[in-house]
Design a protein around this ligand. Structure first.
Ligand SMILES: Cc1cc2nc3c(=O)[nH]c(=O)nc-3n(C[C@H](O)[C@H](O)[C@H](O)COP(=O)(O)OP(=O)(O)OC[C@H]3O[C@@H](n4cnc5c(N)ncnc54)[C@H](O)[C@@H]3O)c2cc1C
Length: 486
């Protein structure tokens, strides 16, 4: 029996619901569907072989840390402390509520939680290692074409693909540059094989992804200089251990517009600082209202936020554990890490093992760096129109889905229903995750995704009508066998 750890290559010819993506979003929707509609047959498709679900919890080493405290990472909304309880059960006394636990442990917790739900509900789920590359409506079903060439018929589909990677953020690349010197996927753990420990490495981006790559390099004994190149040249700001309750805002005031909201939050942060507190509670207070405020703003306000305010929001909202930032600061002072404000202008060959990276700095000068690897840490694409993802590209072309007004992701309504190019709702086709950001903005992290999974499962279970919902939400037992297919 395949499990979330153990995917097989052969897909069944037919199922009730196909879930595309085996990350947190896909697996939690499966768990909720199993509770709500246990008699349906489910197939989860995942294209990447990883030891745990998705990019965040599967493409990491044992020491990459979560950026949300353990007490808030429960997979089920009705039990936000579920992950902390699991940690206490597995590693008694080792983790506190405000600790940033290893991401790999969250991956284990997630897989065990999903397995337990499947075992309890006895729902039938298959886990298939294959990419879905095209979807075609066929009568009242959908036909999925897989990269392996097989096809699968499904009555309903959940899209849970995370965010597509951005195109490489550099323009002119010499043809003579060996491909291994340029690393488009920062999570590719084989990318640094053969690099001399003292060689210089250039990272494009200075956010959480770049911090992950730095920590991974240092842990594996890389001592060479690391340069981070990003437009703003800003690192994320630090989490603090305890920063009191979030500020309480009136969402109607925040909804008046982007500039007004910025002023209100800045005023709250200044008040906190004047009172001897830190500013974090001012940002955390926005989060519960972020989606409703985003929806209330005009298109012009959203565009202004993206153009002007987003860089400030990102570094305050997506914070890093302070011990990691302290380690980077020590290295900056020692000169082994540099953060450069600028963009990569060109890449030139420089022997077999190195490339010359020409950086256009914010001051307009060109600065050459010699690097053994150039790594794309710029994060996901901000434009769905530019996607190179075969499935998303084909769905946009055949009008099954449409871009949101800002072109950030796909247009959805209410419970993740996808809106076709002609403006009608595609039945039994739902989207979970960060591609809903055009409509919701705050739709990336576990607290938002676990709520989306519940809503999507309830809607699909209603539409598909296979299996009565179980009374009350079921919190999984700690461990268990996988649910059964007849
Ligand atoms: C490095 C990192 C750290 C993070 N840390 C935290 C954290 O501490 N706390 C927090 O709350 N959030 C964190 N996040 C946010 C994180 O993205 C979410 O918590 C969540 O894991 C997203 O899950 P997802 O399923 O939507 O996307 P993903 O995890 O990206 O999973 C999508 C999956 O779909 C697969 N896929 C895509 N297209 C196809 C296709 N056509 N066919 C088959 N498979 C496909 C992909 O291979 C991928 O495995 C982090 C994100 C990253 C990148």
């Amino acid at each position: 029996m395949p499990t979330p750890q153990n995917f097989v290559t052969e897909a069944p010819a037919e199922c009730d619901v196909a879930i595309i993506g085996g990350g947190f979003g896909g697996l939690m929707t499966l768990a909720r569907l199993a509770q709500q509609a246990p008699k349906c047959q489910y197939v989860v498709f995942e294209r990447m072989p990883r030891k745990a679900p998705g990019v965040a919890y599967g493409a990491c080493d044992d020491e990459h840390l979560l950026n949300v405290p353990a007490a808030r990472m429960g997979a089920f909304s009705e039990r936000p402390s579920g992950f902390l309880e699991w940690l206490e059960q597995e590693f008694p006394g080792r983790f506190r509520a405000d600790d940033f636990a290893p991401r790999a442990l969250f991956g284990r917790y997630l897989m065990q939680s999903v397995q337990s739900v499947l075992a309890e509900s006895k729902a039938c789920a298959a886990f298939v290692r294959d990419a879905v590359v095209h979807i075609e409506p066929l009568g009242r079903k959908y036909e999925l074409l897989l990269a392996s060439g097989r096809t699968v018929l499904a009555r309903g589909v959940v899209l849970a693909p995370g965010l597509p990677q951005a195109r490489a953020p550099w323009r002119h690349v010499d043809e003579g540059i060996a491909r291994r010197l340029v690393v488009p996927d920062p999570w590719d753990q084989s990318a640094f094989r053969g690099v001399a420990p003292d060689a210089e490495i250039v990272l494009v981006g200075s956010g959480l992804t770049a911090i992950d790559v730095i920590m991974g390099l240092r842990r594996t004994g890389h001592t060479g200089r690391i340069s981070l190149v990003s437009r703003g040249g800003r690192l994320p700001l630090p989490h603090v251990a305890s920063h009191g309750s979030p500020v309480v805002y009136d969402p109607r005031e925040l909804s008046q517009g982007a500039v007004q909201a910025f002023r209100i939050v800045r005023r709250a942060a200044k008040t906190l600082l004047r009172g001897g507190h830190d500013w974090h509670a001012a940002i955390d207070g926005v989060r519960p209202h972020a989606s409703s405020v985003w929806r209330a703003w005009s298109a012009a306000d959203r565009a202004y936020f993206l153009r002007v305010l987003r860089p400030f929001w990102e570094i305050h909202r997506h914070r890093a554990p302070s011990n990691l930032l302290d380690a980077i600061e020590r290295e900056r002072q020692a000169g082994s890490i540099e953060v450069i404000s600028g963009v990569v202008h060109a890449l030139r060959a420089h022997g077999q093992d190195e490339a010359e990276v020409i950086v256009r700095t914010a001051r307009g000068t060109l600065r050459p760096l010699i690097a053994a690897r150039l790594v794309n840490c710029a994060g996901p694409s901000m434009s769905i129109g530019e996607t190179l993802d075969p499935l998303l590209g084909s769905m946009l072309r055949n009008g099954l889905v449409s871009a949101d007004a800002l072109g950030l992701g796909l247009r959805t309504e209410g419970d993740g229903a996808l809106v076709r190019a002609d403006g009608t709702i595609e039945p039994r086709l739902r989207l979970i995750g960060a591609l809903r950001r055009g409509d919701l903005w705050e739709t990336t992290a576990v607290p938002e995704l676990r709520a989306q999974a519940t809503a999507i499962a309830a809607a699909l279970a209603r539409e598909l009508g296979c299996g009565a919902p179980q009374p009350g939400a079921v919190e999984p037992a700690p461990l268990g066998a996988v649910g059964g297919c007849a």
